[in-house]
Design a protein around this ligand. Structure first.
Ligand code: AMP
Ligand code: MG
Length: 369
C-alpha cells in the first residue's frame, strides 16, 4: 500500500523517493503520471514493470524549466525552444535528439527523447526539489484509459509504486500533444489540447501530421472497418464502437441545422437499436453522448443500460476531460458494450476523436448506410 499525500505537503517525501530510485505517481494538468528518475535505467525498468508496458514504448521526461532541457538533448533547435517558450509549462511534449546521459531504457531504445514541462504547481515543485528529470508515462495499466484522478492511479497501480502525490482531478484529462522536432520537418505525433494549428502559428510554418494518427476508421461501404485490435488503446473492458453518418463525415460535421437534426436522429436510432438487441441478448450496454442529444437515447431496462453525457459537443476540451472518467465508470459497472457518438475533428476535437477511436479499436458504424 503506497502513501497518498495531498498537495504540497508530499513534495519533499516524493523527491526523496525519486532520489532513492523509487516510483511516485504525480499530478499534471493532462493526466496523472508515473514518475521515476529519468537518468536511472533501473527506475525506468520499474516504471515499465508497474504499468505492464512494453519496454519499446518510450517514456516522457518531465522538467520544471527550459534550462533543465539542455543536459538531456544533443541539439536544441531554435524552433523547439520557441515552442517551449510559447507553451511551457503546458500540455506539449517535444521530441529531440537525446544526449548521452539519457539511458535507452527511458527512450525505449530510441536516439530521441520526449520532454515536457507540466503545468501543475505541486509537480513543478516536486521536480525541482528532486533535482532530477522525471520519466513519467501516464499512471495507468498499459492499454487502460489514462488516470484523471488519484483513485484511478490507485485502482491500476496499488502496491506497485511507492507514493501518490494527490492534487485532485486533473484539469485537461487528455494526454499532452506530442510534436517531433528532432528532424527537419516538425511533425505532430499525438493530438492534444494544444492543436496543430497552434503549433503552426507559433512556428510560422506548417506542422505535418503523422499518418498513423490521421482520422482513420471508416471506408465507405465497409462497416465496421477491421476492428484492428492492435490500435486498441485507452480502452475500456467493454467492446466499444463509434457511430456517425456518411453525411456528417462528408461535410466534416459542418452541416445545416436541419441536417444536424436528421443526423442526430439517425445516430440515436441506430444506437438505440443496437442497445435493444444487446440487452435482449443479456448484455449490459453503455451510451456516450452529448448534452445536445441525450434526450434521444432511451434506457432499455433500468440498471441494465446507462447513458453518459460527456459535455457540449462544441466544447471538445471539456469532453476530453470527461471521456476517460466515463470509460472507467463503465468498467466499474461491468458494461459489455459501449456505443458512442462521433464528433468533429476540428481543433481540440482531433484529440478527443483520436482517443475515442483508439478506445473503440477504430470501429465506427455509419448510421445512414
Ligand atoms: P504516455 O505518457 O503514457 O502517454 O506515453 C508516452 C508517449 O510518448 C507514448 O505514446 C510514446 O510513444 C511517446 N514518446 C515518448 N518518447 C518518444 C520518442 N522519443 N519518440 C516518439 N514518441 C515518444
Ligand atoms: Mg499512456
Amino acid at each position: 500500500m503506497e502513501t497518498i499525500v495531498k498537495g504540497m505537503e508530499g513534495v519533499e517525501q516524493a523527491a526523496e523517493i525519486i532520489k532513492n530510485g523509487g516510483l511516485v505517481a504525480f499530478p499534471t494538468e493532462t493526466v496523472y503520471g508515473l514518475g521515476g528518475n529519468a537518468l536511472d535505467p533501473e527506475a525506468s525498468r520499474k516504471i515499465y514493470a508497474a504499468k505492464g508496458r512494453p519496454s519499446d514504448n518510450p517514456l516522457i521526461v518531465h522538467v520544471s524549466s527550459i534550462s533543465e532541457v539542455h543536459p538531456l538533448v544533443s541539439v536544441l533547435p531554435e524552433a523547439a525552444e520557441k515552442l517551449m517558450e510559447a507553451f511551457w509549462p503546458g500540455p506539449l511534449t517535444i521530441i529531440l535528439p537525446k544526449s548521452e546521459i539519457v539511458p535507452y531504457e527511458t527512450t525505449g531504445g530510441l536516439e530521441t527523447v520526449a520532454i515536457r514541462c507540466p503545468e501543475n504547481k505541486v509537480t513543478l515543485s516536486f521536480i525541482k526539489t528532486s533535482g532530477l528529470p522525471i520519466a513519467g508515462p501516464s499512471a495507468n495499466t498499459s492499454g487502460k484509459p489514462s488516470p484523471t484522478e488519484a483513485t484511478h492511479v490507485l485502482h491500476d497501480l496499488n502496491g506497485k509504486i511507492d507514493m501518490i502525490l494527490d492534487d485532485g482531478p486533473v484539469g485537461i484529462g487528455v494526454e499532452s500533444t506530442i510534436v517531433d522536432m528532432s528532424g527537419t520537418v516538425p511533425t505532430l505525433l499525438r493530438p492534444g489540447a494544444i492543436t496543430v494549428e497552434d503549433l503552426s502559428e507559433t512556428l510560422g510554418r506548417k506542422v505535418e501530421i503523422d499518418p498513423a494518427i490521421v482520422a482513420g476508421g471508416v471506408n465507405e461501404g465497409v462497416r465496421p472497418k477491421a476492428p484492428g485490435m492492435k490500435y486498441r488503446h485507452y480502452a475500456p473492458n467493454a467492446k466499444m464502437a463509434l457511430v456517425s453518418t456518411k453525411l456528417l463525415k462528408a461535410k466534416d460535421y459542418e452541416v445545416s441545422e436541419e441536417e444536424r437534426l436528421q443526423a442526430d436522429r439517425q445516430v440515436s436510432d441506430f444506437i438505440n437499436e443496437l442497445v435493444e438487441k444487446d440487452e435482449a441478448a443479456g448484455l449490459r450496454t453503455g451510451i456516450i453522448c452529448c448534452e445536445e442529444t441525450k434526450e434521444l437515447y432511451r434506457k432499455v431496462r433500468d440498471n441494465a443500460s446507462d447513458i453518459k453525457v460527456i459535455g457540449h459537443r462544441d466544447q471538445p476540451l471539456s469532453m476530453t476531460h470527461e471521456l476517460f472518467r466515463v470509460l472507467r465508470e463503465f468498467d466499474d459497472d461491468n458494461v459489455d458494450r459501449i456505443y458512442a457518438e462521433s464528433y468533429s475533428d476540428r481543433g481540440v476535437g482531433f484529440a478527443l476523436m483520436n482517443r475515442m477511436r483508439k478506445a473503440a479499436g477504430m470501429t465506427e458504424f455509419l448510421a445512414d448506410e
